[in-house]
Design a protein. Structure first.
Length: 155
């Protein structure tokens, strides 16, 4: 399945979930329903995958970012339920795209209407400031979540 088809199906699933549930609920509920909807559409979606943090080539023990949903191992989806999407809501997604080396990210906001923002993946580091969170040369830096307490969200 190519990126256009994956993003089309993600958008379609978001519309269906919003139509069924309406506005005013929490992001975790919308995320869970997105997983159900995507699975029913035959789309592979994995929730809560961890991205370890590396500093100067060393893994920072106990530190990781948790993506909301990875779809078809290509698209990172972040789910929000806020009044309006701000730049600060997109920053974690942009970080996940860079660390996971994925080609596309989608920020879904379930409010009165569903807002969908699409972000291309970052393929090259653009500044020394971005260098500090870069992973070493790894083909797949994503880690399956362990059965443990959830990590606090830093954003």
């Amino acid at each position: 399945m190519d990126l256009n088809e994956i993003s089309r199906r993600i958008s379609q699933a978001a519309m269906r979930v919003h139509q069924e549930l309406g506005p005013g609920l929490g992001a975790s509920l919308y995320r869970s329903c997105m997983l159900i909807e995507l699975t029913s559409m035959g789309v592979k979606a994995r929730p809560g995958l961890l991205l370890p943090v590396y500093y100067r080539g060393q893994k920072v023990s106990g530190e990781a970012f948790r993506m909301d949903v990875l779809v078809e191992n290509q698209v990172i989806v972040e789910v929000k339920a806020v009044e309006s999407v701000q730049d600060a809501h997109a920053r974690p997604l942009l970080t996940y795209l860079r660390l996971a080396k994925k080609p596309l990210g989608m920020l879904l906001n379930f409010n009165e209407k569903v807002t969908i923002k699409v972000f291309p993946g970052v393929t090259m580091l653009q500044s020394p400031q971005q260098e500090r969170l870069r992973t070493p040369n790894m083909s797949n830096p994503i880690v399956e979540p362990q059965e443990s307490k959830p990590l606090p969200r830093a954003f």
